[in-house]
Design a protein around this ligand. Structure first.
Ligand SMILES: C[S@@+](CC[C@H](N)C(=O)[O-])C[C@H]1O[C@@H](n2cnc3c(N)ncnc32)[C@H](O)[C@@H]1O
Length: 496
C-alpha cells in the first residue's frame, strides 16, 4: 500500500488559487438519494465520494481545477475520494491511469497525492488541458509562464489601444498549420465581434512567437486563451451552440487572458507544493498524457502493469465533445479528424436508429477489455458514469457496465445517486425507475491473460478472458431498482 495517498482530511484543504474564482462543474451539487452495495468498506467510500460533490466548498476551487470549463467534468472532491480507494490497492510505484482524462481532474488529484499518472483522451483539447493542468515543473519554469503571460497580455492590451487610436486597424489573422485559412475564417468569423477577434488573434500570435523557442510553454499558454474563448464569443456555451449577442469591451480579452494566466500559475504553484509533500518514490516526471483512443491503452503501458484506473467515460448519447469544442479547434488550430471518427457514446451517434446503441455497447465492452488487459492482477478501476436519455430512450449505465464486463473483472462495490430528470421526454422514458449517476469499483481478478487475436492490440496482442454473458439490452422497465452485483457476494444494501 505504498502508493496510498494521505487522506483528504489529513492533506487538508489546499489554498484556492488567486484570481477570479468560478465553478463550472457538471455533476450537480443537489443531493439525491444514494443506494450502494458490495464490499462494505469500498461501498461506503463510494457513498462518501458521491456525497462529496454536494458538500464541497474547497476542493473544486483548489489547485488547477477551476482553470478551464469542460462538459461532464468530474467533481474534484469526488475524484479525491476515488483516487484514495484505488490507490489503496495499487502495487508499489505503479501508475494510476485515466483513459478518458478530459480536462485532467483525476490526473490533478492523483498528482497532488504524489502518484505517478498517465492520461489518455482522443480529444486534442482535453490533452492540451490535462497536460497544462498537471505541469509540475521547477519554479523557474513556472516563473517563465507568469512572465510570458503578463507580457503577452500587456502587449495585446497596448496593441488594442493603438488600433483604436488609429481608427481600427485590420485584423491580422493567424494561419495555423494544416488549416485552410479561408475556411477557418468563415467558420470563426460570425462568432466574434471584429475588435474581439483582433485581440484574440493578437494573443494567439504572441503565443506562436513563444512557440518558436519553447513549444511546451506555448502549449501551456494556449490554455488560458482557450478558457476565455467562449466567454467572449457569441456561442452561448460549450454545450449550447446558439448564437447570442454579447457586449465585450475593448481590452477585455487581454485582461481576461492575464487573469487566467495568474489563476493557472497559482494553481500550478499549489500543485507543485502538494506533489512535493506527498510524493512517493518514483512518482516524478513531466505530465504523461496521450492523444489516443482509450481502447488502445496497452499501446502506452505494458499489459498488466497499470496500478489503478479512475475515470469517467462518456455518458451514452449525452454530449458531442467534437461539436462542443469545434470553435476552439478552429481557433487554436487543433487537428480533430481522429476524434470526430473515434469519439464513443456521442449524442450524434444515437441520432439514427439503433446503430448508436449497438456501437455504444461494443465500445463499452472494448473499453473495459482494454482496462482489464492494462490492469495489474487485483488492481481497481473506479468508474463514474450516468444514466442517460439516449436516442429517445432511457439508458441505464450500471446495467450497461455489467453487461459489458468480461470474466477478468468483478464489481467490488457500487453506489448510485438519483439525478433529476430533465424534461417530459426523459421523465416518460425513465418512468418509475430513477435516473442515477453511478460510482463503480471494478476489481481485476488474478486470471492469467492469454494471447491471440484482439481488435484493440492487433493480431498478436493479449486477449482478455471471455465475457460471461452477452451485453443484455436492458431498458427502462418500470420500478426496476438497481440490482445486486452478480459477480461477488454482496454486502447489505445501504441507503443514505
Ligand atoms: C466524461 S468526459 C471525461 C471528463 C473528465 N473526467 C474530466 O473531469 O474532465 C469523457 C471524455 O471521453 C473522451 N472520449 C470520447 N471518446 C473517446 C475515445 N474513443 N478514447 C478516448 N477518449 C474519448 C472525451 O473527449 C471526454 O473528454
Amino acid at each position: 500500500m505504498s502508493n496510498r495517498p494521505s487522506s483528504p482530511s489529513s492533506r487538508g484543504p489546499r489554498p484556492a488559487p488567486a484570481g477570479k474564482q468560478r465553478r463550472a462543474l457538471s455533476m450537480p451539487r443537489a443531493p439525491g438519494r444514494i443506494d450502494a452495495d458490495g464490499d462494505r468498506r469500498v461501498a461506503e467510500g463510494l457513498v462518501t465520494a458521491l456525497r462529496a460533490a454536494a458538500l464541497d466548498d474547497v476542493v473544486a476551487d483548489s489547485l488547477t481545477h477551476p482553470v478551464h470549463s469542460y462538459p461532464a467534468r468530474m467533481h474534484p472532491a469526488t475524484v479525491r475520494v476515488l483516487v484514495e480507494i484505488v490507490a489503496d490497492a495499487m502495487p508499489r510505484d505503479s501508475v494510476l491511469v485515466d483513459p478518458f482524462c478530459g480536462s485532467g481532474t483525476t490526473l490533478v488529484e492523483a498528482r497532488a497525492a504524489g502518484l505517478r499518472t498517465m492520461g489518455i483522451d482522443l480529444n486534442p483539447l482535453a490533452v492540451l488541458l490535462a497536460r497544462a493542468k498537471t505541469w509540475i515543473v521547477p519554479s523557474k519554469s513556472r516563473a517563465r509562464l507568469r512572465l510570458a503571460g503578463r507580457s503577452i497580455g500587456g502587449e495585446a492590451l497596448m496593441a488594442g489601444k493603438e488600433a483604436r487610436r488609429s481608427g481600427g486597424a485590420a485584423t491580422t489573422k493567424r494561419a495555423p498549420a494544416g488549416f485552410d485559412p479561408n475556411a477557418r475564417d468563415r467558420r470563426i468569423g460570425k462568432w466574434f465581434a471584429p475588435h474581439v477577434r483582433r485581440e484574440l488573434e493578437d494573443l494567439a500570435m504572441r503565443i506562436d512567437e513563444v512557440r518558436q523557442k519553447d513549444p511546451e510553454l506555448a502549449d501551456v499558454l494556449m490554455v488560458p486563451l482557450s478558457s476565455i474563448l467562449y466567454k467572449v464569443s457569441s456561442r452561448t456555451s460549450d454545450t449550447n451552440p446558439e448564437w447570442v449577442a454579447r457586449n465585450i469591451g475593448r481590452g477585455q480579452c487581454a485582461r481576461l487572458f492575464s487573469e487566467r494566466v495568474e489563476m493557472l500559475s497559482a494553481g500550478l504553484d499549489d500543485l507543485y507544493k502538494a506533489f512535493g509533500r506527498a510524493t512517493v518514490r518514483g512518482a516524478g516526471g513531466p505530465p504523461d498524457v496521450h492523444l489516443a483512443d482509450a481502447r488502445r491503452l496497452t499501446e502506452f503501458i505494458p499489459a498488466g502493469r497499470t496500478g489503478g484506473i479512475v475515470t469517467s467515460p462518456p455518458y451514452a448519447g449525452t454530449y458531442d465533445y467534437a461539436e462542443h469544442q469545434r470553435l476552439r479547434f478552429d481557433f487554436l488550430g487543433l487537428r480533430h479528424r481522429e476524434f470526430d471518427d473515434g469519439e464513443i457514446g456521442s449524442r450524434r451517434s444515437f441520432a439514427t436508429g439503433t446503430t448508436g446503441e449497438r456501437k455504444w455497447r461494443t465500445a463499452l465492452a472494448e473499453t473495459l477489455d482494454s482496462f482489464a488487459l492494462a490492469l495489474a492482477p487485483g488492481a481497481r478501476a473506479a468508474i463514474v458514469i450516468g444514466d442517460s436519455f439516449a436516442g429517445g430512450r432511457a439508458t441505464y449505465a450500471l446495467d450497461d457496465v455489467r453487461g459489458a464486463l468480461s470474466d477478468a473483472f468483478y464489481i467490488e462495490a457500487w453506489a448510485s445517486q438519483e439525478r433529476p430528470m430533465l424534461g417530459a421526454g426523459e421523465r416518460k422514458a425513465f418512468g418509475e425507475r430513477p435516473k442515477a449517476e453511478h460510482a463503480i469499483v471494478l476489481r481485476r481478478r488474478d486470471t492469467a491473460v492469454t494471447t491471440g487475436a484482439n481488435p484493440t492490440t492487433g493480431p498478436t496482442g493479449p486477449t482478455p478472458p471471455p465475457r460471461r454473458e452477452p451485453a443484455p439490452p436492458r431498458r427502462h422497465e418500470a420500478s426496476d431498482a438497481p440490482t445486486t452485483p452478480r459477480a461477488r457476494p454482496a454486502g447489505p444494501r445501504r441507503r443514505s
